[in-house]
Each structure stands twice: as C-alpha cells, then as structure tokens.
Design a binder for this molecule. Sequence first.
Ligand code: C2E
Ligand code: MG
Ligand code: MG
Ligand code: MG
Length: 276
Amino acid sequence: KAKDDGKARYTWFSEAMLANTQRKVLISTRLSQALEGDAFYLSYQAKVDSDENVIGFEALLRWHDDVLGEVSPAEFIPIAEQTEKVSLISMWVIKRVGIEAPQLIESFGQHIVISINLSPMDLNSNKLTQFIISEMDTDRLPSKNLEFEITETAYMNNFNVANSFFTAIKKHGCRLALDDFGTGYSSLGYLTKFDIDTLKIDRSFVNDIGSSKQSELITKTIIEMAKSLNFSVCAEGVETHEQARFLKQNGCHVLQGFLYSRPAPLKNIIASSLAR
Ligand code: C2E
Ligand code: MG
Ligand code: MG
Ligand code: MG
C-alpha cells in the first residue's frame, strides 16, 4: 500500500514537472514572437505623497498572448532571465515609455517621475546601458523624469558590474531605486557604495501591517535606516487605510498600492480621476 502511494505520488510529481517544463518552453518561444509583434503593453501604477498627490508612476509590463492568454511578468520575467531575452524586453519597455511618457507628463505635470523595472541581469549588458543613454537623450524622455527600479539581489555584490551601470545612469540624471527591499540579499554594504535614491519597502512587510508586530518593526526600521542614510523611501502594496496611516505616522511619505491606484493602461490612467 505504502509502495503504491509512493509510486502514485512519483508519477503525479513527474507529470507536474513535465507540464511545468513544457509551459516554460512555450512561454520562452512565445516571448520571442511577442518581441516582434504587438502583444506587450504597459500598465502604470501611481505613486502618491502623503496628501495623495500623484508624484509618479511605475511602468509594469503586461503580455497578452494569443495562445497563453494573459501571462504575469512574475512568471515570464524569470523565464526571460534564464534565456537572456530579458534585455530585449527591457529595451521594448524603455522604447514604449519613451512614446508614452510625454502624455503622462502632460496630464500629471513636469515633476512626475516614471519608474522602469530592470532585471539585475540588465546590469551586465553594455548594450542596454548604451541604449538607455541614447533613449534618454531624446526630448521625449527627459532623464529627470526617469527612475530605474532594480530588485536587490546577489548581483549587487558584484561591485564592478553594478557600479559601472549605476554610475553611467546617474551621470545622466536618472534616479535609482532598490525594489522589494528587505527580502533579497542581506548584505547592506552596497547601500553606502552605490548612489541609490530610493528604497522600496517590499509588499510582504506592508501587507502585514496591522497583523504582524514583526513586520511593523521591520517596516519602521527600514524607514529609519533609509532616512538616516538620506534615501527616500516608498512603500509598495498599500491596500488599506490602516497600512497607509501606519506608514505616514512612521515617516514614509511615498505610497503605492491598490488603495490609491491599480495598474492600468495609459488611456485609462489619463481618463481617470487621478489626472488633473
Ligand atoms: P514589482 O516591481 O515589485 O512590482 C510590484 C507588483 O505588485 C506589481 O505586480 C503590481 O501590480 C503589484 N501591486 C501593486 N500594488 C499592489 C497592492 O496593493 N496589492 C497587491 N497584492 N499587489 C500590488 P506585477 O505587475 O504582476 O509585476 C510583478 C513583478 O514583475 C514586478 O514586481 C517586477 O519585478 C516584474 N516586472 C513587471 N514589469 C517589469 C518590467 O517591465 N521589467 C522587468 N524586468 N520586470 C518587470
Ligand atoms: Mg518595481
Ligand atoms: Mg521586483
Ligand atoms: Mg516591488
């Protein structure tokens, strides 16, 4: 009996693994087509200050595939990272932001900052760095309106690689944010080595405000650390007024989450009540 169970479980497990692998391969193949067609689009999510004024937007990549339907970037970005397609995707995003940014700036003001997510793997690509710089030098995409969000990872510890990217970007006047802060790589040394502007407190801590004293303590500690190191600090994934109140009371003045705005395509954002 026990042996049967074991066997059944084994079969189930390997089928699941096979299905998983097949899906990855399919995603990878379809991604190449998406890069050539028009299956990608961007959604934007507002960031607000403590008076709920919009101070910027995060560009979030969306993919609607004819075969797979809507696929989340949380699923396809890691696959793209494995197959080195990710920098091509980043270029697509940067180009698209260049096309759409003028409309956001027109609707929300010259001061707004548009954030683009980059994969840590992008830091290795000189080609991408050059591409970013050449795109920024156009009038459509002023560098003062741009920020790059990079998830803190072990890559940060490869000082030379990360530093040459950061230096090139900062020289052109863009801002840099560390995304998902607090969950990734635990060496804090890079905080003083790199010219970072913003820490984004990971959603998992924000989510637990009101239910976990530990997460509240970690959140408070990140805010305090950010302030004493002269970084600005943004909380992502704010969903409730209670979370917002806690964050503001503890000195976090940039908030982002479903409470204020769900990510939405440009035309919806411009038509929404957020616009002036
Ligand atoms: P991220 O950069 O940390 O983005 C925040 C994610 O949290 C987004 O998921 C956003 O839709 C979601 N979110 C925002 N507010 C709330 C909230 O109040 N509650 C909840 N439950 N979720 C919230 P999304 O768009 O699915 O993106 C997932 C991740 O995929 C991103 O995490 C980022 O790491 C990556 N990603 C998205 N777009 C790009 C891109 O253009 N390039 C790269 N390299 N990565 C991207
Ligand atoms: Mg982000
Ligand atoms: Mg992230
Ligand atoms: Mg994040």
